[in-house]
Design a protein around this ligand. Structure first.
Ligand SMILES: NC(=O)c1ccc[n+]([C@@H]2O[C@H](COP(=O)([O-])OP(=O)(O)OC[C@H]3O[C@@H](n4cnc5c(N)ncnc54)[C@H](O)[C@@H]3O)[C@@H](O)[C@H]2O)c1
Ligand SMILES: N[C@H](CO)Cc1c[nH]c[nH+]1
Length: 912
């Protein structure tokens, strides 16, 4: 067979094809030897598995090379996200390839072309682009050789897959410099050949040629950072044994098979085996145990470690057993001191000028940085992996300085121009790439309030405890406090709007069909054929346990009483001048749309909070909307409440599409006059957009987004109560925010709140949701109640909890808040469900200008005037003068003509 020119990149010996549902974390992959030791993995990603893929990439970046077949994805933004998360390569279909070309910064060598159209057209798309080529479903591996020959020297890297491929066939592919893609289950580390398995050792060694007379393979042994430990030899037997046992095993020219460490105890954990660029040398990457690799008890045969490796080993030893009184031990035990040192050294590095100073200060920064990392269980290798991950990012960040640092150094940092204050991501333009509105997958996850993955350390401090950021308001700058109090969801408003706009447009234009298709997409309720459920609702849809019915009925009655008491039954009448009577009376808004959230939790309590006042107000048409479950059904509690309040229909949809359906109406859903109800960022953005469209003729209650709470706690507060109230809102979603303001508490008292927060959070089923919220939450310590109130009024929380000695007196100082909960025996959750107050409240600081939902939200006021003859005489002069000032003659004459009549100047006076 003619030799083919080797592609100019370093390729894995094969790609092990894994199923993402089975191999979703690095730990799972590492547990399977066949996958762990050669580094190349392949997986097909779909809309359903994209999040798993992104999480896996995050978890394994720099450890494995993941090749992802993206040909089933609809959005090119998803493909970009996969590349950005560190995929070695993406396989894209003929349909996707043109779009990928338009994305800036995508390196062609990270794209593998998967032809899904006719050969001629495919060749035109592919030729000269520098992509790899994926040959899928091969009938015969011999085809590859012919194809490669035809392509000549400019040939691409070829990835080839044949189902049930035999070892022989895989070796043929490998010798042709093609990369075989082999189902993980077919791979084996056993030494013996078998019909149903493909030996990893055979594939690894297939192209390797020894340049030694004894046929042994020269083998370089290195640690994970690539530092050489020594030179040894291998052969097929030792390589197979190494893969089987997961240890460094070599071939000694004197003693034969050599399991390193069997006699000395200095054994090696195998990380990976690689071949070099021209296949005449192996590299074993190992984790050396014991004293070191060399028989002289040094780390390597070339002496001891130096530089960062040496520092990292020393710090790891110190962490295990630091001598009492050592400086490093002190740093390990005192995180505040360590943080202060990092800041101090960073400052000194900024001020350094000469080469010597810069080297010395940079060394200090590295020392303290690495100490912090190792104290937290982060190794130097982890940091380097992270760097490698960042080096392959596609989305370029502007990298502006931020906040106080930008201010301090006088550089522009707020990046407001592109609507982002935290991401600095330069948006992708020009293609359908922006279907996520420019949000990264992680930002979308947060907007969707999805729980944090177990490998994501959101909300955890350096000790791995769930902890809020702490700020001492006596020493922190006002910009630090201001920045800490920014709502997470506000950072991406424009991007969320960009996602929501096309959804609204589609539903407005496409009606029921478009609405249903979004429900199929977001709720996965693909069996649903109608987007609405009309009253009367069948009994079978409201089957509930007795105690649930009782609880709903009690809450219903309390909410009804409190809202009924808000009714303005009498017409307001004021005689402003004799004979001039002004009145005001209220009328229910006729048609209201009530959004009941249902993405991450089912909220029948919100159905009560909206439905009961709508019923009390007398709204004629009550339409509810709530996302159905994946089986297409609604939670029975919501149906029961809808029935109790007399709703005419329930829209089986959520998000922006439900808002659009109620705003514009569809074939089966009535258009409403006002939309009320809280929801996630997509819902809130949609409400704001439709209320701004004058053609929709719809108003909204307020922007009521992700839940938030602010607790003011003085010395009388019980730390367990404080923590429980903070957590009750943190569990709503990863984009919720909770704030605790302490008043004159000692370090021990603040610590008691932090301890409670950690231990109570750890026991919650939604702990991974809570961690997300805690990651952008804050504890502010103050010394006076008035300062605490000043901060709270500026923040304008949705819920304000006063755990203070005289809560009612403190309440009098509140100027901005959605709802206030007074005293130690008033948890916020009583207001969420049953006390009677409404829980649909303004968030994002809108409590400065909006009230929470109340009876008035469902009514409008109409004014009327009634003048007697004398009344017109009394007020007419003023009207005529002002109309003349405004040069509105018809206005003036409307009075003048009447006064003329009264003065007997007109005809037919008796007709009036
Ligand atoms: N402020 C208040 O008074 C109040 C009261 C109750 C609840 N809340 C808040 O309501 C929110 C409820 O959020 P939720 O997510 O559980 O339910 P939700 O019903 O508000 O949102 C779910 C919908 O979001 C849409 N969506 C999800 N991912 C999307 C994406 N990537 N692109 C476009 N649309 C997408 C889907 O249509 C889905 O139906 C929470 O943030 C909670 O804190 C606030
Ligand atoms: N706390 C939410 C208002 O932000 C409402 C709610 C519903 N269920 C529980 N709580």
């Amino acid at each position: 067979m003619a030799p083919h020119s080797t592609p100019s990149e370093h390729l894995p010996p094969f790609l092990a094809a894994i199923d993402l549902s089975k191999y979703s974390s690095a730990a799972r992959i590492l547990a399977v030897k066949e996958l762990a030791y050669t580094g190349g993995l392949f997986s097909v990603v779909t809309e359903q598995t994209i999040d798993t893929a992104l999480q896996l990439l995050k978890d394994t970046v720099g450890r494995f090379a993941l090749y992802i077949d993206c040909s089933a994805l609809q959005s090119i933004q998803d493909v970009v996200d996969i590349l950005d998360a560190g995929a070695a390569k993406v396989f894209v279909s003929s349909e996707q390839v043109a779009q990928v070309q338009q994305v800036p910064n995508v390196d062609a060598s990270r794209v593998v072309y998967f032809p899904t159209i006719g050969a001629d057209e495919a060749e035109r798309q592919f030729q000269g682009k520098g992509y790899g080529l994926y040959l899928h479903d091969l009938a015969d591996v011999g085809v590859v050789a012919g194809l490669l020959d035809a392509m000549g020297r400019e040939r691409p890297t070829v990835y080839a897959r044949k189902s049930e491929v035999s070892e022989e066939e895989a070796v043929v592919l490998r010798r042709q410099d093609a990369v075989p893609v082999i189902a993980a289950g077919r791979l084996t580390t056993t030494a013996e050949a078998s019909k149903c398995g493909v030996r990893v050792a055979s594939l690894l060694l297939a192209p390797v040629v020894s340049d030694r007379p004894d046929g042994l393979f020269t083998t370089l042994v290195t640690d994970e950072r690539g530092v050489a430990l020594g030179l040894v030899y291998s052969n097929e037997e030792s390589v197979a044994e190494s893969l089987r046992s997961g240890r460094g095993v070599y071939w000694s020219r004197k003693r034969g098979l050599w399991r390193k460490g069997d006699t000395s105890g200095d054994w090696q954990e195998l990380v990976r085996i690689e071949t070099d660029c021209d296949n005449d040398c192996l590299r074993f990457i190992v984790r050396q145990q014991g004293k070191g690799f060399c028989h002289l008890s040094t780390a390597s045969c070339f002496g001891d470690y130096r530089g960062l490796s040496k520092l990292s080993k020393t710090l790891q030893n110190r962490k295990r057993s630091a001598p009492e009184g050592s400086y490093t031990k002190r740093l390990f035990n005192d995180s505040k001191m360590l943080n202060a040192k990092i800041m101090e050294e960073a400052q000194e590095l900024c001020e350094a000028v000469s080469k010597e100073e810069i080297a010395a200060e940079a060394a200090d920064v590295l020392y303290f940085t690495l100490t912090k990392a190792i104290a937290a269980g982060v190794s130097l290798e982890d940091i380097e992996r992270n760097l490698d991950g960042k080096s392959v990012k596609v989305k370029r960040r502007k990298g502006d300085a931020k906040g106080v640092f930008a201010e301090k150094f006088g550089v522009n940092g707020t990046n407001e121009a592109n609507g982002s204050t935290n991401g600095n991501v330069v948006p992708i333009t020009g293609t359908a790439a922006n279907t996520n509105g420019g949000l990264s997958k992680e930002e979308v996850r947060e907007a969707e309030s999805r729980p944090k993955g177990t490998n994501d350390n959101a909300g955890l401090n350096a000790e791995g405890r769930i902890a809020m950021r702490r700020i001492d308001t006596m020493t922190a700058s006002s910009s630090t406090i201001h920045e800490a109090l920014q709502r997470p969801s506000q950072r991406s408003t424009e991007k969320i709007m960009a996602i929501v706009r096309p959804i609204i447009k589609e539903v407005r234009e496409g009606g029921d069909k478009a609405l249903l298709s979004y429900t199929h997409k977001f709720e996965k309720a693909t069996s649903l054929t109608s987007p609405v459920l009309k009253a009367p609702f069948p009994e079978s849809m409201m089957q509930l346990p007795r105690e649930t019915i009782e609880a709903i009925d009690i809450s219903f009655e309390n909410i009804r009483k409190f809202h009924a008491a808000q009714a303005e039954n009498k017409t307001l009448e004021v005689e402003t001048m004799p004979g001039v009577v002004c009145s005001r009376f209220s009328r229910p808004i006729e048609r209201v749309g009530l959004y009941v959230p249902g993405g991450t939790a089912v909220l029948p309590s919100t159905a009560l909070m909206l439905g009961v006042p709508a019923m009390v107000a007398g709204c004629k048409t009550i339409v509810m909307a709530s996302p159905p479950r994946a089986d297409g059904r609604l939670t029975p509690e919501v149906v029961y409440v809808a029935h109790k309040v007399g709703a005419e229909s329930i829209v089986l949809a959520g998000g922006a599409q439900a808002v659009a359906a109620m705003a514009y109406g569809t074939e089966s859903i009535p258009k409403v006059d006002k939309i009320l109800g809280p929801g996630n960022q997509f819902v809130t953005a949609a409400k704001m957009l439709v209320s701004n469209d004058t053609t929709a003729q719809v108003s909204i209650d307020m922007p009521a987004g992700p839940s938030e709470v602010l607790v003011i706690a003085d010395k009388s507060a019980n730390p367990a109560f404080v923590a429980s109230d903070l957590l009750s809102q943190a569990e709503h979603g990863t984009d919720s925010q909770v704030v605790c303001i302490t008043v004159d508490l000692s370090e021990a008292q603040i610590k008691a709140i932090e301890d409670e927060l950690h231990s109570q959070a750890m026991a919650l089923p939604r702990v991974d949701m809570v961690r997300g919220a805690i990651s952008h939450s804050v504890l502010l310590s103050t010394t006076t109640l008035s300062h605490a109130l000043e901060l709270s009024n500026a923040y304008a929380p949705e819920h304000l909890i006063l755990q203070t000695a005289s809560p009612l007196a403190v309440r009098d100082m509140v100027t901005n808040a959605g709802s206030v909960f007074c005293g130690h025996w008033t948890p916020e959750s009583v207001g969420d469900y049953s006390a009677g107050v409404n829980h649909s409240l303004p968030t994002y600081g809108y409590a400065k200008q909006y009230s929470g939902v109340n009876l008035g939200s469902f009514t409008k006021h109409i004014t009327s005037s009634h003048l007697t003859e004398q009344g017109l005489r009394n007020v007419g002069g003023a009207v005529m003068v002002l109309a003349a000032v405004e040069q509105l003659e018809a206005h003036r004459r409307a009075v003048e003509i009447r006064l003329g009549w009264l003065n007997g100047e007109g005809k037919g006076r008796e007709q009036v």
